[in-house]
Every structure is written in structure tokens, then in C-alpha cells.
Ligand binder design. Structure first.
Ligand SMILES: *Cc1c(COP(=O)(O)O)cnc(C)c1O
Length: 365
């Protein structure tokens, strides 16, 4: 079986974790600080705060921004549950804004005045531009969900540098660009937000006086959302290979594109403008008879996946959305979208086999 995504673990990763295991700290300690420093340097942000998952990172960002029941937060219908749940965790009203066909990302030109915060998603790893001029009404708070887009670049630099946002959230789930098993990160250029993120991550505990390390006060409702030093050791080791991972993902994408672009049964994913570096977390093609195509691919040993069943199609969100549609672009993409296998460990032979099966299955579906 070829999965749609998979981690790449080397001896270097294993050694890094074992070293951490023999150190003085298992949970969050100096290795997590080193991971945060390496990460913020990589993306070009002033601060990085590690979390126990991408979901916790999004929750932390929504809380740090001060969002609550008096606010409306919008995200993309074409995303994982966590982007939408982040708004609900802090009690905010949840709205959706349809995607653009040119990126499959949120159409900022549809974001109306009165929205307190927007959580755009860099879908499949294709970074969307968040420049001021692209919004109909830029909300006071912008939180990027970059769970797909670590390593992606726009002409304004790496995703995560927060040039046009308040915070950017990442995930280190095993199918993502780098992994820590479970894990996440928020980057920001605001010292105040970084402070609030750290407070929230650790039970809302404040230690006002460094000379009295036993003294602490709980000043807010926080959680235990810490990343362990074991995980951070893996993160540092993985981060050192991130650029190779992204290069390999781009190589695989090029192979898919040149082999599939002439098929009249297949629509290739958007590639973005020149000056964009795509992180290719996913390679979401579109085919006419999606379910038949998936069944055929499964039979051939290829576990393709659907990203995503849109947020407004789930029973929970249908009940609580401020407006449950229409989102015609998200709906039309969902009708046809299937993610082909995409991860650095795919061999050239794997890629060739996936191409052959994709052409066959799309022909007969
Ligand atoms: C993976 C993912 C998340 C959540 O990350 P976890 O680390 O699994 O909690 C959030 N948003 C999107 C778009 C994702 O793909």
C-alpha cells in the first residue's frame, strides 16, 4: 500500500531523540527553546512558541488575539476541522468565506467588514498573498493556518514571517512537512502575543520574580499545551532536512504535472504565480467520477485521500455556522478532488507507478 503521506525518519532523528531521552529534561525544557529559535530563524519571525499540536497552536493563537463570544471569526470551507474549531474553542461565532479557484485558498475579496478575525489556510502548501490590497475588508486579526505550508515562500518571504498577519500556525503531524509525532508552532512578531501564547500554553501561570522561582500566580485560564523536549529534539533534526523535503516534494509534483497534464480526465492543482515556492503538502488533482477513481486506486494499492469534506458539510458545523452557504467554489472542488501520494520518501518507481495507475483509473472512472 502506498499512503498519501508519510514521515521520513533517519538514524540522525533517532539519535537526536535518544540523546534528549538521556538529558535532564523530558518535557518542555532547553531543547524546546532551541527548536523555537531554529524555527523562527528559518521562517524569519521574531518569536516562535511551540505547542503540543497544530490544533493547540490554533487554539492558542485565537486566545492570544483576545477573541471571544462577541466576535465573528471566518475561515475557509476547504480545511481540516481544527481551523474552524479554533474559533469555537474561544466561544467566537464561526463563519466561512469561499475559496478562489486559482489557489483553493480563501477569497480575501469576499471578507466583509465586521469580521473580527480571519484564519486563511495555505491550502496544499500553496501560499496565498495576504497583502492589504487583496482584502475587501481586512479584519483586525489575521491568523494564518500554515499547517500545509512550512517551507513555502511568497515574494514577501517565507510563510510564517507574519509580514501581513498577526500569527502563523504550523503542525508537525507525521504527514506534514516535518514531524515531531504530534506538535505545533505559532510564529509572531509581537512580543505581547508571544507572551500570551506562552502563558496559555502553561496553565496561565505567571512567575513575576525570577529570584523567587518557587513563586507563581495563575493569572488566566490556560492549558497544558507544552511540546516535550523529546519531540523538540526530533523537530530540530527534521528542520535541518526541511529544504530537502520541500525540494523532493517539488520534484514529485513536476513529475506528476508533466505526466498528467495531457489527460483530458484530470485537472491538475493550481501552481501559483511565479515568485511562489509551493510546499506541496498535498497534490490534489480533480477527476470526474471521484468515488470510482478512489475505489480503482485503492484496488491498485494506492491510498489516495480526500482533502477535505468541506466544513459546512459536517453536521456539527451546519448547526453552528453563522451562514452555511452557498460556497460554490469549495463545493465544486469537493465534488472532484483527490490527493495523490505526496511525501519525500516516495521513490521514482513509486511515482511512476502512481502516474500509471492514475491515468488508468481516471480513464476508466
Ligand atoms: C494538520 C492540520 C491542522 C492541525 O494540526 P494537528 O497538528 O494535527 O493538530 C490544522 N489545520 C490544517 C489545515 C491541517 O492540515
Amino acid at each position: 500500500m502506498i499512503p498519501y503521506g508519510k514521515q521520513s525518519i533517519t538514524d540522525q532523528d533517532v539519535d537526536a531523540v535518544v540523546d534528549a531521552l538521556r538529558s535532564d529534561f523530558l518535557t518542555q525544557g532547553p531543547t524546546t527553546v532551541r527548536f523555537e529559535d531554529a524555527f523562527r530563524e528559518y521562517v524569519g519571525a521574531d518569536y516562535a512558541v511551540a505547542f503540543s499540536s497544530g490544533t493547540a497552536a490554533l487554539h492558542g493563537a485565537a486566545w492570544a488575539a483576545g477573541l471571544g463570544p462577541q466576535h465573528t471569526v471566518v475561515t475557509s470551507p476547504l480545511t481540516f476541522a481544527a481551523s474552524a474549531n479554533a474559533a469555537r474553542y474561544v466561544g467566537a461565532r464561526l463563519g466561512l468565506v469561499d475559496v478562489e479557484l486559482s489557489t483553493y485558498g480563501m477569497n480575501l475579496g469576499l471578507v466583509e467588514a465586521g469580521v473580527a478575525a480571519s484564519i486563511p489556510v495555505h491550502f496544499a502548501g500553496l501560499p496565498i498573498s495576504l497583502e492589504e490590497s487583496r482584502w475587501l475588508a481586512r479584519p483586525p486579526v489575521v491568523i494564518e493556518d500554515a499547517a500545509h505550508a512550512l517551507g513555502a515562500e511568497t515574494p514577501s518571504g517565507k510563510v510564517g514571517n507574519c509580514r501581513f498577519s498577526d500569527m502563523t500556525c504550523f503542525s508537525f503531524h507525521p504527514v506534514k512537512a516535518i514531524t515531531t509525532g504530534e506538535g505545533g508552532m505559532v510564529t509572531t512578531n509581537s512580543s505581547d502575543l508571544a507572551h500570551r501564547l506562552r502563558l496559555f500554553r502553561n496553565h496561565g501561570i505567571s512567575r513575576p520574580d525570577e529570584s523567587r522561582p518557587w513563586d507563581y500566580q495563575i493569572i488566566d485560564h490556560g492549558f497544558n499545551y507544552r511540546l516535550t523536549d523529546l519531540q523538540s529534539a526530533l523537530g530540530i533534526s527534521q528542520l535541518s532536512r526541511l529544504d530537502h523535503f520541500i525540494d523532493r516534494r517539488n520534484e514529485i509534483a513536476s513529475a506528476y504535472r508533466s505526466a498528467l497534464e495531457h489527460s483530458s480526465n484530470i485537472l491538475l492543482p493550481p501552481r501559483g504565480d511565479s515568485g511562489i515556492k509551493h510546499a506541496y503538502h498535498l497534490f490534489p488533482i480533480r477527476v470526474k467520477s471521484k468515488e470510482q477513481f478512489i475505489t480503482a486506486m485503492f484496488r491498485l494499492g494506492i491510498r489516495v485521500q480526500v482533502h477535505y469534506i468541506p466544513i459546512h458539510k459536517h453536521p456539527l458545523f451546519r448547526k453552528i455556522l453563522v451562514q452555511d452557504g452557498p460556497f460554490p467554489n469549495a463545493d465544486s472542488i469537493f465534488e472532484e478532488v483527490v490527493s495523490l501520494p505526496m511525501f519525500p520518501g516516495l521513490t521514482d518507481d513509486n511515482v511512476e507507478y502512481v502516474i500509471k495507475c492514475t491515468l488508468e483509473a481516471a480513464e476508466s472512472a
